[in-house]
Design a protein around this ligand. Structure first.
Ligand code: T1G
Length: 707
């Protein structure tokens, strides 16, 4: 037997151990070796029963996701799944009791293997689930046909459409597992197997009858789930395919239902939605892999923190630390500003409590971790300071100069700046190796993205510490370079440039926003600005202009500043790009004033306004993002294209089922993207400059930014 799957007999029970670190994924070889091991156990005169268990920290966490990229056509998938289904039937037909012993996770194909075993036992901390829809697919190894026979259609529908794992206790109550073992799992499994041997008990899941309540009400439950998904599964198709497969289990014999599952799985696995979601699965794990920062780079423990600035961002950052159980000093320049910040924090937590997501006791405990102050007292005790003062270089440099004096020499000094030069803060601090950017996204206590902005002299252990800290803060930390705007805002500037120019050329604010929300973004560019505050962007723009910078090449529309100068800051003032019922209201209506401004600005620039098709709006905005993203990659400010995709999905809600702006560009086709850049250059001006990387990749007939 190979190292991947071991076989040994203990006390007349064949113990089959899957050992494919780190999660015992079912690579093709592992499937085959399990098959062989069970056949060996059945034939082994020294074994009366069999136990299947995982080595290391978990049972089997699913099929090897990388394998799905080899399934180019539906036929490829149908061929592979025929083999998998047949293999699981062989397990199910074993003539001796076959018990799966679950610890850690039994997910996807892992749970399907367990379902094909005659019995399942688990440790109390184990979890079982069918998370395939998170990858744009459905259980493809009989899970939609067996699970409901164990736990009923309602729970099977929930598990297969939301993809969430369930606890061992819940699985036991539902009938998915047969026993929870205290103490040694293997010993418990062997004892359990021996009881089944004595009882000559073999229970084939596929032969279990559909529960009577499901015979009568199962199809209605499927219809109800479809109706619920229509509201929640925005743009996703896999959850509906899972419902269809489960409905087939209700209405067809097992074998016919299995064929239906395989057909539905095949449609999903070749879809661009699944390819995008599988890309995101690995991309959000790869961001922690920084080429010159080895995994074993020493890190420092962050036990105490401080935040300077209790504005919207500073308050949200302080909440992020408190939510992670890290005591945090929150400093403002005076008590009035401090109290305003604390009031906002309390209000945020009260909203959380009103939603039942936080108890009053948790609120008090979390708030107690935030110590307000108007001095630097106690800063010599903290392990990290996050600077979140106004986006003004002089103010930030002065703050870093002060922090360099009042904190310990080994204290990490991080700036929440969204745009400005981290190296300048570093120089001002007097210890640049401990300085970097921690760019949170608003609202900082909610958005998961954290841009870790690496300065020229930032030490490797400070980067490694930041990556580790981001996990503790429940953030996705992405290391980016210190260019103007870093990665997120540098690219966003081009996204907004096109949105403004399209408005002047004839599109409307509602039309542009609708195109982007139909594409899958939670909000369009104009709605986003009305939420974030038009004044925030305007003041940064003013400051950048004062230091001779603009965020993006090309024509700068005057409309944003005109809107700002009218005091229209968005929802908070009752008017921005839209009109609102009242300040703070979210009920918005288009405002003809904006269209008049667009007409005036177009006239000034000699533009003949025209109706603009939705397709052009989407193509120009997505092309602008991809072209600038290619520059970011080439200049080395992002490690890989997937990092940019993670930034956009986690920072701006770019739809995961599109895979992020770079993956989406690859699905459009890099040659098509380049052709569009050249077309726009001819139509609109030289500021549409093809990124050299894009030109090289297309010239080399490459289909991916990774070459
Ligand atoms: N395939 C390939 N690699 C996997 C993998 C998988 N299923 N699961 C994890 N990895 C890699 C991961 O990329 C990372 O690699 C390392 O393992 C540690 O993962 C036929 C069709 C189990 C909860 O969707 O949810 O079965 O970055 O960092 O935080 O019907 O991994 O170290 O190089 O996430 O401890 C269904 C996916 C597949 C489960 C552990 N199963 N995995 O979390 O570690 S489809 C899943 C997870 C399927 C069947 C269908 C998590 C975890 P690297 P990690 P973790």
């Amino acid at each position: 037997m190979s190292d991947l799957v071991r076989y040994e007999v203990k006390d007349r029970v064949a113990v089959i151990t899957v050992d494919n670190p780190p999660v015992n994924a079912l690579a093709p070889a592992v499937w085959a070796l399990i098959d062989q091991a069970v056949a060996r156990g059945v034939a082994d005169a020294n074994a009366d029963a069999m136990v299947l268990i995982g080595a290391g920290t978990t049972f089997i966490a699913g099929a090897d996701i990388k394998v799905f990229d080899t399934l180019k056509t539906r036929d490829d998938s149908m061929a592979r799944s025929a083999g998998t289904h047949a293999l699981l039937r062989r397990l199910e037909d074993a003539a001796k009791p076959l018990v799966s012993a679950i610890h850690g996770n039994a997910l996807g194909g892992g749970l399907e293997v367990a379902q094909a075993c005659h019995f399942r036992i688990a440790t109390k901390d184990a979890k079982v689930g069918q998370p395939e829809v998170m990858l744009g697919i459905i259980p493809g190894a009989g899970g939609t046909q067996r699970l409901l026979r164990l736990c009923g259609v309602k729970m099977a529908l929930e598990m297969c459409t939301d993809g969430k794992p369930v606890s061992a206790a819940k699985a036991l109550a539902a009938g998915i597992i047969d026993q929870i073992v205290d103490g040694d799992l293997l010993a418990g499994a062997i004892a359990f197997a021996k009881t089944k041997t004595q009882a000559h008990e073999i229970r084939k899941t596929r032969d279990l009858p559909i529960k009577p309540e499901d015979v009568s009400g199962g199809v209605a439950a499927c219809e109800a789930m479809r109706a619920a998904l229509a509201k929640t599964a925005r743009g996703a198709s896999a959850p509906f395919a899972a419902v269809n497969a489960i409905q087939a289990a209700l209405t067809l014999p097992f074998d016919a239902g299995s064929v239906r599952e395989r057909e539905l799985f095949a449609e999903c696995v070749v879809s661009s939605e699944s390819q995008a979601l599988r890309h995101m699965f690995f991309a959000e794990r790869d961001v922690a892999k920084v080429p010159d920062i080895p995994k074993d780079t020493p890190t420092r423990e962050i036990k105490r923190a401080a935040v300077v600035g209790a504005g919207t961002m500073g308050g949200g950052i302080a909440m992020t630390y408190a939510n992670a159980g890290i005591p945090v000093l929150l400093k403002e320049i005076d008590d009035a500003a401090l109290q305003r910040g604390l009031a906002t924090i309390r209000k945020n937590y009260e909203v959380t409590m009103s939603k039942g997501k936080m108890t009053a006791e948790q609120f008090e405990k979390t708030m107690a971790l935030i110590t307000p102050t108007t001095s630097y007292g106690g800063f010599d005790q903290v392990d990290i300071v996050v600077e979140a003062v106004f986006e003004n270089m002089d103010l930030k440099k002065a703050t870093f100069a002060e922090l360099g004096k009042v904190t310990r020499p080994d204290c990490v000094l991080a700036s929440n700046s969204s745009t400005l030069d981290v190296d300048e803060f570093a120089r001002a601090s007097g210890r640049p190796s401990k300085v970097l950017g921690h760019h949170f996204f608003s609202p900082a206590n909610v958005m998961k993205l954290l841009e870790i902005v690496r300065g020229r002299e930032t030490a490797k252990d400070v980067i490694a510490t930041s990556l580790k800290l981001s996990k503790k803060l429940n953030k996705v930390g992405v290391v980016v370079g210190n260019c103007f705007g870093f990665v997120a805002n540098r690219m966003l500037a081009y996204y907004m440039r096109e949105a403004y120019l399209l408005l002047e050329e004839g599109a409307s604010v509602p039309q542009i926003d609708q195109v982007l929300t139909d594409f899958g973004l939670p909000v369009g560019p104009y709605g986003m600005q009305d939420i974030a505050g038009i004044d925030v962007g305007a003041r940064i723009r003013q400051y950048l202009t004062s230091i001779g910078k603009t965020r993006a090449e090309g024509p700068q529309s005057a409309i944003p500043d005109r809107v700002f100068e009218l005091g229209r800051y968005g929802q908070k003032t009752g008017a921005g790009w839209y009109k609102y019922d009242a300040p703070g209201s979210r009920n918005r209506t288009p405002d003809p004033l904006i269209d008049r401004m667009a007409e005036e600005e177009a006239a000034k620039r000699g533009i003949k306004r025209r109706p603009i098709a939705d397709e052009e709006i989407l193509a120009r905005i997505m092309t602008a993002l991809a072209n600038e993203g290619a520059r970011v990659l080439e200049e080395g400010y992002a490690t890989r294209a997937g990092d940019i995709d993670v930034i956009y999905c986690y920072g701006f809600g770019f739809p995961r089922h599109r895979g992020g702006p770079m993956f989406y560009a690859e699905t459009v086709g890099l040659a098509t993207v380049l052709a569009r850049v050249k077309e726009y250059r001819a139509r609109f001006g030289d500021y549409w400059e093809p990124a050299p990387l894009l030109e090289r990749l297309v010239a080399g007939n490459k289909s991916s930014f990774e070459g």
